[in-house]
Design a protein around this ligand. Structure first.
Ligand SMILES: O=C[C@H](O)[C@H](O)[C@H](O)COP(=O)(O)O
Length: 223
């Protein structure tokens, strides 16, 4: 199976998992990226079964609207049962690295509101220790050099992601060469640097369920 087929399989598995629990008042939280796009396309086949969605990025909002799915502002939604999103890496505790597509902050906000975060990923994303994928950090533009120096003190090699602005108008520093043995502590320490909006570690609030696409079928891991 190709990586794309594995992504489609986990996206369909996520739809199958949540569909029986949706009704015409349900709002679904939707992530960003190629795997989340597969989920949007699969979810769109069941438009009548739920009310609408909250999007974690402008790109996701556009794709949802393209399918005719109503998109709500998060501030108008009080009850979000599910958030479905991909990841760049996951460990066995469902601690994640996210933000390869620069959507980490809005993703973390929507994930924080949702009762259940279902992560969908192909098998290549499951790793023993997080950190081979460079850790994205969203930074207020004027703090770029300061934050980079502080990240070096934490042992990383930050690289400015040229030409990328987040949906919030900020920049991304990708931190290379971090062996992330304590993701909860590192997430907190990086977020404490002045000028950091948030970093791509989802460890304080990990995923609740990981649907992992493997050539042998979709495996379900729970935190
Ligand atoms: O900012 C982007 C997100 O965190 C994505 O969920 C992550 O990069 C995974 O994307 P993909 O499903 O394309 O590998």
């Amino acid at each position: 199976m190709t990586q794309d087929q594995l992504k489609q399989a986990v996206a369909q598995a996520a739809v199958d998992l949540i569909l029986p629990k949706l009704d015409d008042k349900s709002i679904v939280g939707v992530g960003t990226g190629s795997t989340a796009n597969c989920f949007i396309d699969a979810l769109a086949q069941h438009k009548g079964a739920f009310d609408g969605a909250v999007a974690s990025s402008e790109a996701t909002a556009a794709r949802l609207k393209g399918h005719g799915i109503p998109v709500y502002e998060l501030n108008t939604v009080s009850d979000l049962e599910f958030y479905i999103d991909g990841a760049d890496e996951s460990d066995e505790h469902l601690h994640l690295i996210k933000g390869g597509g620069a959507a980490l902050t809005r993703e973390k906000i929507v994930a924080a509101v949702a009762k259940t975060f279902i992560c969908i990923a192909d098998a290549s994303k499951l790793v023993p220790v997080l950190g081979t994928f460079p850790l994205p950090v969203e930074v207020i533009p004027m703090a770029r050099s300061h934050v980079a120096r502080e990240l070096v003190k934490l042992g990383g090699d930050p690289v400015y992601r040229e030409g990328v602005l987040t949906d919030n108008g900020n920049i991304i520093l990708d931190v290379f060469n971090m062996q992330i043995t304590n993701p909860v502590e590192l997430e907190t320490r990086i977020n404490a640097i002045v000028g950091v909006v948030t970093n791509g570690l989802f460890a304080a609030r990990p995923a609740d369920v990981l649907l992992l696409g493997t050539p042998e079928g979709v495996k379900t891991l729970k935190a």
